[in-house]
Design a protein around this ligand. Structure first.
Ligand SMILES: Nc1ncnc2c1ncn2[C@@H]1O[C@H](COP(=O)(O)OP(=O)(O)OP(=O)(O)O)[C@@H](O)[C@H]1O
Length: 263
């Protein structure tokens, strides 16, 4: 997979000195990092390193005790989740969070909710703007479905789809929101090798074709190194490396953390 040229402009997202505690647990300690527009940035590290917590700080689910989050000209202790969504941050979850009894298309349509102008009453009665909007949202969802090659399953109930396709529907739902920054929490967890290749291809395509900036958590180092422009390594809540895949691959601290010989 060829990495696209990454814009050298100012960061889209900058974290400065982020610390997050849960009681006595220091989930994140003094984390600073910058994500440039158009890049795929991977967060890697052993279990419990703080990767999911960091995604939750970025999209405002967790508010750090210390530090600043700067995103698209907004800067502060962190965004609120709704503010983050309105500012173009979308995410997927480690454990699939879809409506299993609904079709793939209807799940993907839920990703369009922020783009609706009609009130819930207009939507419930299917009157006024709601009717016209339905058509627009559906057309948009169909474009995402085509882009991620999900057409054969658009009317299938999500709960009946194989795991790899459910993960792709979840990616589609996040993409339906037209995000500027897409956060993917283990998009390939639990997949076999060919499903991982397929998902890696789609993620690269989203980045390359739509220009979406992506921060992803992934455990499979082979996948990460082939897909990402930028890799940040966390261990026990601290950042231990930050650089290109090649720089990180040869970092002695990273090798030690992964071999687990320093604890
Ligand atoms: N809501 C919470 N309440 C209490 N402790 C938490 C909470 N969320 C995370 N933690 C703790 O913070 C630390 C970092 O957890 P986090 O889930 O961010 O790590 P991770 O790198 O994503 O791990 P994994 O790879 O296992 O998903 C862990 O010690 C975890 O137990």
């Amino acid at each position: 997979m060829n990495a696209p040229t990454v814009d050298e402009a100012a960061p889209l997202l900058a974290l400065e000195g982020i610390s997050l505690r849960f009681g006595g647990v220091h989930a994140l300690q003094d984390i600073s990092l910058a994500v440039r527009p158009g890049e795929i940035c991977a967060l890697i590290g052993p279990n419990g390193a703080g990767k999911s917590s960091l995604l939750n700080v970025i999209n405002g689910v967790y508010r750090p005790q210390h530090g600043r989050v700067a995103y698209r000209g907004l800067s502060g202790r962190g965004l609120r989740p709704r503010q983050a969504a309105l500012q173009g941050v979308a995410r997927t979850f480690q454990n699939i969070a879809l409506f299993k009894g609904m079709s793939a298309l209807d799940n993907i349509l839920t990703g369009r909710s922020l783009h609706r102008r009609s009130t819930w009453l207009e939507q419930a009665l299917r009157i006024g703007r709601a009717d016209r909007e339905d058509e627009v949202q559906r057309r948009h969802a169909e474009r995402v479905i085509a882009f991620l090659e999900l057409q054969p399953w658009r009317h299938s109930l999500v709960g009946q789809l194989p795991y790899g396709l459910q993960k792709r529907v979840e990616l589609a739902r996040a993409l339906a929101a037209e995000p500027t920054l897409l956060l993917l929490d283990e998009p390939m967890a639990g997949m076999n090798a060919s499903e991982k290749r397929e998902m890696g291809r789609h993620i690269a395509e989203v980045n390359r074709t739509l220009g979406t900036t992506i921060v992803l958590i992934e455990h499979d180092i082979g996948v990460v190194m082939g897909l990402s422009h930028h890799v940040v390594v966390l261990d026990h809540g601290r950042k231990i490396a930050d650089g290109t895949p090649d720089q990180v691959r040869h970092d002695p601290q990273v090798i030690t953390a992964y071999l687990g010989t320093h604890h």
